[in-house]
Design a protein around this ligand. Structure first.
Ligand code: SF4
Ligand code: SF4
Length: 303
């Protein structure tokens, strides 16, 4: 079967998450599930509704995107063009090939669709919570979200006062994350903030009152009105931070008093941020890609 796939891309050919403002589109002509021709085209200036119509006129049958407004999706659907949103940030070639081989995982769409569905059929106060704090993208699916609140969150990082410290090493022995270095001969005592998980164990361990804490930015928790239910809450981790789990905890604190249905969109994988997201859920829906790697991770998650 013949198809024409369009992918919005940036200057270096990677997926551009901002569909409406991308610089180029990579178009792939497909015959019998094989790419037979590829072309890079410059879209017309952005105006509401222009791009879907322009791509449909070019014969595009399928669009792969990071995110897209509801109106653009409607226009595509009206023109019989399939839209696949929630694609990962890969090159256009990887996305085109992966799409045909069915190895691309369009993660976010399940949570966002569930949000729409639950609001429509079951619960007017359903809330969507994006816990993929390294790369939150649920918001891209809503045409005109309005920010209700925004909160900067912090980690408390210990600091050792070398005037009070006896260099006994008790704090570094208690630190599960090897974040503390003590060198008695050099009177050196330091905490590595990149390794510290802000657990507070070292402060409890120290008998000499040598440790205090300071605030280090962790990320932002924001609540948006989306025109659906109680809206969307997302966490956005500070670039360079590896403390996803800490920010997910902050995001959950923000929604702890919401008494109706909450849909948590978890990050991909099987590691601690996923566990933190699902730990107190009543039901979990697992989404995987149809590859040996996907099934391997799926089994780990189920166990
Ligand atoms: S707060 Fe916890 S993780 Fe951080 S340095 Fe102290 S013991 Fe280690
Ligand atoms: S436990 Fe307290 S006194 Fe001992 S090395 Fe750590 S900071 Fe210094």
């Amino acid at each position: 079967m013949n198809k024409k796939i369009a992918v919005p891309v940036d200057e270096v050919g990677m997926l551009d998450a901002h569909f409406g403002h991308c610089k180029f589109f990579e178009l792939f002509d497909v015959e019998n599930d094989k790419i037979v021709q590829q072309e890079k085209v410059v879209p017309p200036p952005h105006e509401p509704g222009v791009l879907p119509k322009w791509l449909a006129d070019k014969g595009v049958t399928d669009v792969i995107a990071g995110g897209m407004g509801a109106k653009a999706i409607q226009i595509f659907n009206y023109n019989n063009v399939n839209v696949f949103v929630g694609a990962p940030k890969l090159s256009a070639e990887e996305l085109g090939k992966g799409f045909l081989e069915k190895t691309i995982q369009f993660t976010t769409t399940v949570s966002v669709n569930l949000f729409h569905f639950m609001e429509k059929y079951f619960d007017q106060n359903v809330m969507l919570v994006d816990c993929d704090v390294e790369e939150p993208n649920d918001l891209l699916f809503f045409a005109e979200p309005e920010k209700i609140s925004k909160k900067q969150t912090y980690l408390l990082i210990p600091e050792i006062d070398t005037d009070k410290c006896t260099f006994c090493k008790k704090c570094s022995d208690w630190c599960e994350f090897n974040a503390i270095t003590i060198v008695k001969n050099l009177s050196f005592a330091k905490v590595n903030p990149d390794l510290c998980h802000s657990c507070g164990a070292c402060i409890v361990a120290c008998n000499f009152d040598a440790i205090t804490e300071y605030e280090q930015p962790l990320g932002v928790v924001a609540h948006y009105s989306t025109g659906i239910g109680s809206g969307l809450v997302e966490g956005r981790l500070k670039i360079g931070s590896a403390m996803q789990t800490s920010l997910i905890k902050e995001v959950k604190k923000e929604v702890q008093h919401h008494e109706n249905l909450i849909i948590f969109d978890a990050p991909p994988g099987t590691s601690c941020p996923v566990v933190e997201t699902v730990v107190d859920a009543d039901y979990v829906i697992l989404v995987t890609e149809p590859t040996p790697f996907g099934v391997h991770d799926l089994k780990i998650t189920v166990r």
